[in-house]
Design a protein around this ligand. Structure first.
Ligand SMILES: [Zn+2]
Length: 268
């Protein structure tokens, strides 16, 4: 069955031209507005590629903490889920059952990947690592496993080359578009914006066409699940005392949560 409805999760740190949390990623950054336009142009290129491949409905989720979509520039064929706070898991649980595939645009590598530009997992200010059943995971795995629990495969990712590598290791058959080569956490070699857009548009189209021919399996790992979260500071652990999924406090900066249902734990 051909892909008709797609949910596109977006972030800022994997876009070409973005290297700085302080200047671009944070809402107070001097280039934040410019970075939002950069991200939105990449999102629009992905929307174009999806339309080229016959997709009819596209929901874009603004996944970057303070927001990364410049609304006035958003492609007219896309709808946007945005605003904060947002109960991401609960809202996506309503939407994913009716969708055929998901994709990630502007994605970065998980925290601790040396050549991943702006590598982090969820909060760049508080989290050192996540591991699920002993395997280190980042935001790509979180999203693919959550989508996968609804039977929806993640078929495309654009971001820096470390994010693309992470996706390929995780999801057999995924198509990627590397728009930036990480040199360190805060330096990169980026494609020019126009080249990044061409690459994203052609690769996401290829992803859908490939999936229509040879379907990619939804990502599902066997349960039950233990999610270990290691934080930079002890106050984060204090906040988990009494948490309903708490399995074990490992040490002053590390907790383990446990659940049988991936949907309950992956964004807990
Ligand atoms: Zn982000």
């Amino acid at each position: 069955m051909a892909v008709r409805r797609v949910v596109m999760m977006t972030d800022m740190e994997g876009a070409a031209g973005v290297t700085s949390f302080e200047d671009q990623g944070h809402a107070t950054g001097r280039y934040y507005e410019a970075a939002r336009r950069i991200v939105t142009a990449e999102v629009n290129a992905a929307v174009e590629g999806l339309l080229d491949s016959g997709v009819e409905e596209i929901l874009v989720i603004d996944g970057h903490g303070p927001g990364a979509i410049h609304f006035e520039s958003l492609h007219p064929q896309a709808r946007l889920m945005h605003g904060r706070p947002i109960a991401l898991a609960a809202e996506c649980a309503k939407i994913l059952p009716g969708c055929d595939a998901t994709c990630l645009v502007g994605q970065h590598a998980r925290c601790g990947v040396a050549d991943g530009t702006m590598n982090h997992t969820q909060s760049s200010a508080t989290i050192e690592h996540y591991s699920l059943n002993g395997t280190e995971i980042g935001e790509t795995a979180q999203w693919a496993l959550f989508s996968g629990s609804f039977g929806v495969p993640t078929i495309f990712l654009s971001g820096d080359d470390a994010a693309c590598r992470e996706a390929s290791d995780l999801i057999p058959g995924i198509t990627t578009a590397a728009v930036k080569q990480g040199l360190s956490r805060s330096a990169a070699i980026s494609l020019a914006a126009g080249k990044a857009h061409e690459l994203i548009r052609s690769q996401i189209r290829a992803a859908v066409e490939r999936h229509n021919r040879e379907p990619i399996a939804p990502l599902v790992w066997p349960g039950p699940y233990v999610l270990e979260k290691r934080f930079l500071f002890t106050n984060a652990v204090d906040g988990y005392r009494g948490h309903r999924l708490l399995h074990r406090i490992v040490d002053a900066r590390t907790v383990q949560l446990a659940a049988d249902d991936i949907r309950e734990i992956i964004y807990a």
